[in-house]
Design a protein around this ligand. Structure first.
Ligand SMILES: C[S@@+](CC[C@H](N)C(=O)[O-])C[C@H]1O[C@@H](n2cnc3c(N)ncnc32)[C@H](O)[C@@H]1O
Length: 409
């Protein structure tokens, strides 16, 4: 249990950030892979990674890696894994399969063969066949097929790690907590400068930031799959949890969020309460086009602004406003124009009132800098689920707006 091969999947674009985080948490060097990080680590690290990682989706222990050509090979490979070291036939399980360039015709059939092999092995050794539960399994197994190899993993996280245990209230398009954390990491926020999300929705970015500013563990409010696995030692887990709580401190930076929808501000506040950071983050209502900088010192604006039909711009530049109403064309046109105007006005507002601030915006709209009439100083590719996005950085240079506004002529 001291030298386990682990795989930590993450959103595409986040691998390098996760690599650095893994090193911070375990002290060990991982290896960057496509869509994740692999490393060798002790069981204690498995618990620590689950508790502290903000970027990975789950922590998987690799149990076998074998060549295959047919479904029968999958069956044999899965049957030779000593599953009983990890769980008992009284526990329900589920197999999830992913594949890349696999020659097999049916992923469902491949999954079925692997599941049968696991159950048959238990039945042969103990006389009991474990149940499969595809909804709420007690144990999750993952199978990954490449063109020629089958890799089998046991999951130690349970529910994916973006579920931190504090979010009950969400808006229409909440960010995953892991993606909000990736935005914070990519921005290089040092947890010392003020942080403000002026389109905060249910508050994901601000709440993640507030927890970081308070030194809180990402998983302090949830349960984990490893608590049901055979190697689980409650004393070790209690020790790690206690150590994590000892590291908590008052916030090192002020964190703010606001949203034009007051219902969202309510959600964000309730989520912050549950996340234990009600005192470390301030939520307000208000239009991003009108809100002045919170606090005195410049800081970081970090947001995923409204985009498209689903999360339309609201407030003074919203599609219902006279300014944004098109002379002709449909609702979509209204949204496009409302959005174009929103971003242009947002940029002017920031240039005028937020000198010295740095703004980072996550958007699937690759033309956003053009709409804002700003030149980005960085663009970081990131995936929001299947949607390709960019995290754009804009520097609100102090004085530039005034300087150009005062030019004669
Ligand atoms: C994509 S969502 C942000 C989701 C958020 N990051 C979360 O995790 O819940 C965009 C948010 O912008 C808000 N919004 C739309 N127009 C706005 C405006 N003019 N000023 C401030 N917020 C606005 C919407 O109410 C919505 O909550």
């Amino acid at each position: 249990m001291n030298d386990l091969p682990l795989f930590l999947p993450c959103a595409a674009g986040v691998e390098d950030l996760l690599l650095a985080e893994v090193q911070r948490i375990t002290g060990g060097m991982g290896e960057r892979r496509r869509g994740g990080v692999s490393l060798r680590a002790a069981w204690r690290d498995v618990l620590a990674l689950n508790l502290h990682s903000r970027l990975t989706q789950r922590v998987l222990v690799q149990l076998s890696d074998s060549p295959y050509r047919s479904e029968d090979d999958l069956y044999e490979a899965a049957r030779s894994v000593p599953w009983d070291m990890w769980f008992t036939p009284r526990q329900s399980f589920k197999v999830e399969t992913t594949a890349q360039h696999s020659p097999l015709k049916s992923l469902n059939f491949a999954t079925l063969r692997i599941k049968d092999a696991v159950a048959d092995r238990f039945r042969d050794r103990t006389g009991v066949r474990p149940d499969v539960d595809t909804q709420q399994p007690q144990v999750r197994l993952f199978a990954h097929l490449t063109a020629e190899r089958l890799v089998l993993y046991i999951d130690t996280s349970g529910e994916p790690l973006f579920k931190r245990g504090w979010r009950e209230d969400t808006g229409e398009a909440p960010l995953k907590e892991t993606l909000a954390a990736a935005m914070l990491a990519a921005s290089g926020w040092d947890a010392q400068t003020p942080l403000y999300d002026p389109c905060c929705g249910s508050g994901t970015i601000a709440i993640e930031a507030a927890q970081i500013a308070c030194g809180m563990a990402a998983g302090g409010q949830r349960r984990f799959g490893f608590e049901r696995l055979a190697p689980f030692q409650p004393a070790l887990w209690s020790q790690l949890q206690a150590q994590a709580r000892e590291q908590e401190h008052p916030p090192t930076a002020p964190v703010f969020g606001s949203d034009v929808a007051h219902r969202m501000v309510d959600f964000a506040q309730r989520n912050a309460d549950r996340a234990g950071v009600a005192q470390a983050v301030q939520f307000r209502g208000g239009d991003a086009l009108q809100r002045m900088p919170p606090g005195d010192a410049p800081g970081l604006l970090l947001l995923n602004p409204p985009y498209g039909e689903r999360i339309a711009v609201a407030g003074v530049a919203g599609s219902g406003s006279a300014a944004a109403r098109p002379a002709r064309g449909g609702r979509e046109q209204a949204h496009m124009e409302g959005e174009g105007e929103f971003f242009e006005r947002l940029a002017s507002h920031w240039k005028k009132h937020y000198p010295g601030w740095t703004a980072w915006l996550l958007t699937p709209d690759l033309k956003l800098p053009g709409r804002m009439r700003l030149k980005e100083s960085r663009r970081v590719p990131m995936w929001n689920g299947p949607i390709e996005c960019r995290l754009f950085r804009f520097d609100m240079v102090a004085g530039r707006h005034e300087a150009s506004a005062k030019q004669p002529g």
